[in-house]
Design a protein around this ligand. Structure first.
Ligand SMILES: [Fe+2]
Length: 156
């Protein structure tokens, strides 16, 4: 059984984001597995992968919030920055030879659960609406382009 099981109550209903959150949960499980091997190299590989993935995920989320005109974007960005600083701090401690992984896992689990339930849940509707509008517009453009090509076949 995994250290941390994904729970459907974590879902925001935005597939692309839910999948990225699942990947973060997977990273915690990978970290737990690496920890049981006591292999520092293995732990470090997961730690670096998780840090990079988190930074990319936050950048992606911020991009969506910006496109959606989400009002709390700056506050949300600050929360992300603080979390990245926290992971970096743990990574540095590990590089300096301290064994921080157990503490890090527990802290991230609490942080992520809270962040998804509160902060991410707050942008959910705004981003969902933006994505729906966008896909409707793309559909309209595609239909429009198709119409143009039918038109040129028939009358061009
Ligand atoms: Fe977030």
């Amino acid at each position: 059984m995994a250290y941390w099981e994904w729970n459907s109550s974590y879902e925001l209903g935005i597939n692309v984001i839910d999948n990225q959150h699942k990947k973060l949960v997977q990273y915690i499980n990978d970290l737990h597995a690496a920890l049981t091997t006591q292999n520092r190299e293995q732990i470090y590989i997961v730690l670096v992968g998780m840090t990079n993935y988190t930074i990319s995920h936050f950048a992606f989320e911020e991009q969506l919030m910006e496109e959606a005109g989400y009002k709390m974007l700056n506050a949300h960005k600050k929360i992300h920055e603080a979390f990245v600083a926290l992971i970096q701090k743990y990574k540095t401690s590990f590089e300096e030879g301290r064994n921080i992984t157990g503490q890090l896992m527990a802290e991230i689990q609490i942080w992520l659960t809270h962040h998804i339930a509160c902060d991410d849940n707050d942008y959910k509707e705004c981003v969902k609406n933006m994505l729906e509008d966008k896909s409707i517009k793309q559909l309209e453009t595609r239909t429009e382009n198709k119409k143009k090509s039918w038109f040129s076949i028939l009358f061009g």
